[in-house]
Design a protein around this ligand. Structure first.
Ligand code: GLC
Length: 567
């Protein structure tokens, strides 16, 4: 079994995503910070995670919650200082927890000094060549250079104003207008990011989660593109451009000219070599929303990245045959390139799975859910399914990511007041899409404390629901059957039984609603249906290792997963 110190530790690691603004707030201003993280590391050590990944905490105007970076080599004062970062890293390492930071290379903030210089220098300059500036179409350049749409809604181009007040060129932003895309064909951009990688590697980070790792290279000539109509298993386009349920994606039209272009792979080969210069098996993890999985596997070829989030798995409904199909496809696609799959069910961009898995109507992933969304989830059903889904995920061979709060069973906050919402998606679509704020609410630590122990002042940048006391960490720790105990025991048992490694063999014949497999001495059985399933004699009575819900040894209830010792 790999341990946090062994080589290739990432093959089976459980990595905990910290969303710094909502994790723990030491200075009480309502926004989480690095000292807050340091103060709570012990609880992550108790949970048993191998590493933490921190969403961006670098200098930023926070137009997209830090994914708009103005200085890649400094800490934003709202999160603390570089010293605070060093303290946190040292403390994490002392607890055997590795540290992965977020790298946002597709775009910077418009407040980045390079973009400001590009605006000032004017068309044709070396400064403009760092970004994607183009003349507009139409007689006076009044039309955008092409028809691309921003992931957050509205056009992907914004027109600039010249210093003399006349209308100027346009620049590309696949996301918010405050997030101009870099031109990755420019060697100076490549060199700058190599320096950024070294800056953090020298500070001791164990790796990078690479934001929009499928977006950095755009097709030559920037051809017009109209994405296929919305549809698919999760009912529409996914957070960041993956069109779900279209395995024939590449056959339709060759895919979007801004996602998954071949040229991105050169960049990762270069970074792979750079990371290899450092000791300690540092890693790159791709946020690459590409389909099918065989295409995604290109990001984790032996000379590229180590991990890529398995988003097709995240998007699979809680349904046995669909789950089995995506697991099969994942294991096949990733093992073909010698990589592990990296399982994930929640993150800061998607509806928390304790709510998502109980939605009864299609809500396009990435649009978020709010009071007017159809098919509102029943909370108890969602939690029961989420516990079963997590118990299934944590038994699969490969790496796994968990998102802060899922170990508490937190639901999506659906009824945030309109005036509290902050996601650029909400503003760019005039409230038509709720966006991602509902999964970003500060998490509860203490049932009876201001802001549930997020800080001591009670301030919170997004309002916390009144009924969250039962989810608080201190209300669950040591409590038999709590979601927190389910996660910590799953992590412990996973390690003990080597479930993150090995391989699985399907167990057939348990009915259409059951997905079951064996890995070594352990059998994992999940009932994704709505009625009890009677286990056959070969399984009934086996020693119980873990259960996501009530289990009497032979009858497996609806929405329940068990791990049994069968050898
Ligand atoms: C990534 C991040 C998301 C962000 C976007 C633009 O997908 O996960 O939160 O908005 O990139 O940087």
């Amino acid at each position: 079994m790999t341990t946090p110190t062994s080589p290739e530790w990432w093959r089976s690691a459980v990595i905990y995503q910290i969303y710094p603004r909502s994790f723990a707030d030491a200075n009480g201003d309502g926004l989480g910070d690095l000292p807050g993280i340091t103060s709570r590391l012990e609880s992550l050590s108790e949970l048993g995670v191998d590493a933490i990944w921190l969403s961006p905490f670098m200098t930023s105007p926070q137009k997209d919650a830090g994914y708009d970076v103005a200085d890649y080599c400094d800490v934003d004062p709202i999160f603390g200082t570089l010293d605070d970062f060093d303290t946190m890293t040292a403390q994490a390492h002392a607890n055997n927890i590795r540290v992965i930071v977020d790298l946002v290379p597709n775009h910077s903030s418009d407040a980045h000094s390079w973009f400001q210089a590009a605006l000032a220098a004017g068309p044709g300059s070396a400064e403009r060549a760092h970004y994607m500036f183009r003349d507009g179409n139409g007689e006076n350049g009044e039309l955008p250079p092409n028809n691309w749409q921003s992931v957050f809604g509205g056009p992907a181009w914004t027109r600039t104003t010249n210093p003399d007040g006349t209308a100027g060129q346009w620049y590309l932003h696949l996301f918010d207008s405050s997030q101009p895309d870099f031109d990755w064909t420019n060697d100076e951009v490549r060199a700058m990011f190599r320096d950024v990688l070294r800056f953090w590697l020298d500070r001791g980070v164990d790796g990078f989660r690479v934001d929009v790792a499928h977006g950095m290279i755009k097709a030559d000539g920037l051809p017009d593109y109209t994405p296929p109509a919305e549809g698919g298993s999760m009912g529409g386009t996914t957070p960041l451009g993956l069109e779900p349920g279209i395995d024939d994606f590449e056959d339709i039209d060759g895919g979007a000219p801004y996602w998954g272009q071949e040229g991105v792979h050169d960049i990762y080969r270069d970074w792979h070599r750079l990371l290899e210069e450092y000791e300690g098996d540092r890693v790159l993890c791709a946020e690459a929303w590409v389909d099918p999985l065989s295409k995604m596997a290109k990001w984790v070829r032996p000379d590229e990245m180590q991990q890529a989030f398995n988003f097709p798995y995240l998007e699979t409904p809680w349904q046995a045959s669909a789950l089995r199909a995506v697991i099969d496809e994942s294991l096949e696609a990733f093992s073909a390139v010698g990589a592990p799959s990296t399982w994930v069910l929640s993150n800061h961009d998607v509806v928390r799975h304790a709510s998502r898995l109980a939605l009864t109507a299609e809500n396009p992933q990435g649009h978020g859910i709010g009071p007017k969304s159809p098919g509102q989830p029943i909370r108890e059903v969602g939690l029961q399914r989420a516990r079963a889904a997590s118990a299934l995920m944590l038994a699969l061979p490969g790496g796994a990511y968990i998102y802060q709060g899922e170990e508490l069973g937190l639901p999506e906050v659906i009824d945030l007041p309109d005036d509290a919402r902050q996601d650029p998606t909400w503003f760019r679509t005039n409230g038509e899409r709720y966006g991602r704020d509902g999964c970003r609410v500060p998490i509860p630590w203490e049932a009876n404390a201001p802001a549930y122990g997020f800080n001591t002042t009670g301030a919170a940048w997004l309002p916390q629901p009144d009924d969250w006391a039962p989810y608080a960490r201190d209300a669950q720790v040591g409590v038999d059957g709590s979601t927190l105990e389910l996660y910590s025991s799953a992590l412990r048992k996973r390690r003990e039984h080597g479930l993150g490694l090995g391989s699985i063999e399907w167990i057939d014949g348990l009915g259409d609603d059951v997905i079951a497999f064996t890995n070594g001495a352990v059998s994992v059985i999940a009932n994704a249906g709505s009625t009890d399933v009677q286990l056959p004699d070969s399984l009934a009575g086996a020693e119980l290792i873990l259960s996501s819900g009530a289990f009497d040894g032979s009858t497996l209830g609806a929405d329940t997963t068990v791990w049994l010792r069968t050898a």
